[in-house]
Design a protein around this ligand. Structure first.
Ligand code: ADP
Ligand code: MG
Length: 243
C-alpha cells in the first residue's frame, strides 16, 4: 500500500487530537503506530478506517484521495478489515453469524455464499468447532480470532488493528500475534496500533511514533527502535522498555 496523510486535523471540542499531520509513508506492506496513551493513535486509525471524518485535510491510499463525505467513506470502508482492542463482536450472534451478517448486509452476498465464506474463515483460524458459539462462550483469544476472521472474510485491501491484544493474557496474546504474523507472511497489508514493541519491530516494515496529535518521526522498524531520532520517542521507548 501507499499511505499518505495530507494536512489532517481532528478535534473533539477544543481538544486538537490530530494536529495538521502531513506525511507520506511511501510504499509499504505493514505499518506499526506507536506512542503514548491519548496521543491520537486510535483517532488516526479510525479516520484511516473511514469511521471518523477529519475536520480538515485528508489522506490517500494507493494514490486515491479519500473524501470526507459519507458516500466516499462508505465506499472506502468496503475494502478494509478492522479489528479493535475489545472484540467488537455482536454479543447476541454466534461466531458464524458475526461473520455472515456484514457479508450479507454490507457486501450484499447471498446467505449461502456468505455462510461458505464464513465457515472457511473460521476453519482457517481453527475455529470451526466454535461456529455456533456466542462471544460469551469464547475465550478472549478466540473472540479476537473471530474478529480477525470476520475482517479477512471480505478480502480487504488493508487490515487495520487497534491494540488487538491489549485485553488478552500473554498466552492469548501470542495466539493472536501468531495469526497477524501469518497474515503478514501471506502478503496482506496492514496498519497496527500496538504496545507490543517486540512484535512491532518484528512484523512491521515501518514504525511511526505519534504523540500529541503529531507524527514525531517514522522510519524502518529496525532503525527507529535502534536509534530513535527525537527526544520524545527516545523517552517513550526508554519508559516502556524499562520493565
Ligand atoms: P490513543 O489511541 O493514542 O490513546 P486516542 O485517539 O484514543 O489516543 O485519543 C486521543 C485524545 O482524543 C484523547 O485525549 C481522548 O480523550 C480524545 N478522544 C478520543 N475519542 C474521543 C471522542 N469520541 N470524544 C471526545 N474525545 C475523544
Ligand atoms: Mg487507542
Amino acid at each position: 500500500m501507499h499511505l499518505s496523510l495530507e494536512a489532517l486535523s481532528k478535534s473533539f471540542g477544543t481538544n486538537r487530537v490530530i494536529d495538521n499531520v502531513t506525511v507520506d509513508f511511501g510504499e509499504l506492506r505493514s505499518l506499526a503506530l506507536i506512542g503514548p496513551s491519548g496521543g491520537g493513535k486510535s483517532t488516526l486509525l479510525r479516520i484511516i478506517a473511514g469511521l471518523e471524518a477529519p475536520d480538515s485535510g485528508g489522506f490517500a491510499l494507493d494514490g486515491q484521495h479519500v473524501g470526507a463525505d459519507e458516500e466516499s467513506l462508505r465506499a472506502h470502508r468496503l475494502h478494509l478489515g478492522v479489528v479493535f482492542q475489545a472484540y467488537n463482536l455482536f454479543p447476541h450472534l454466534t461466531a458464524l453469524a458475526n461473520i455472515t451478517l456484514p457479508l450479507e448486509k454490507v457486501h450484499g452476498i447471498a446467505p449461502s455464499a456468505a455462510e461458505e465464506i464464513a465457515r472457511e474463515a473460521l476453519r482457517r483460524f481453527a475455529l470451526a468447532d466454535h461456529a455456533h458459539k456466542k462471544p460469551a462462550e469464547l475465550s478472549g483469544g478466540q473472540k479476537q480470532r473471530v474478529a480477525i476472521a470476520r475482517a479477512i472474510a471480505i478480502k480487504p485491501r488493508l487490515l487495520l488493528f487497534d491494540e488487538p491484544t491489549s485485553a488478552l493474557d500473554p498466552e492469548m496474546t501470542a495466539e493472536v500475534l501468531d495469526v497477524i504474523e501469518e497474515l503478514k507472511n501471506e502478503g496482506r497489508d496492514f496498519l497496527l496500533v500496538t504496545h507490543e514493541m517486540g512484535f512491532a519491530r518484528h512484523v512491521a516494515d515501518r514504525v511511526a511514533f505519534l504523540a500529541q496529535g503529531r507524527i514525531i518521526e517514522h522510519g524502518p522498524a529496525g532503525e527507529l527502535f535502534a536509534a530513535p531520532q527525537s527526544r520524545e520517542c527516545r523517552d517513550f521507548l526508554a519508559r516502556i522498555l524499562r520493565h
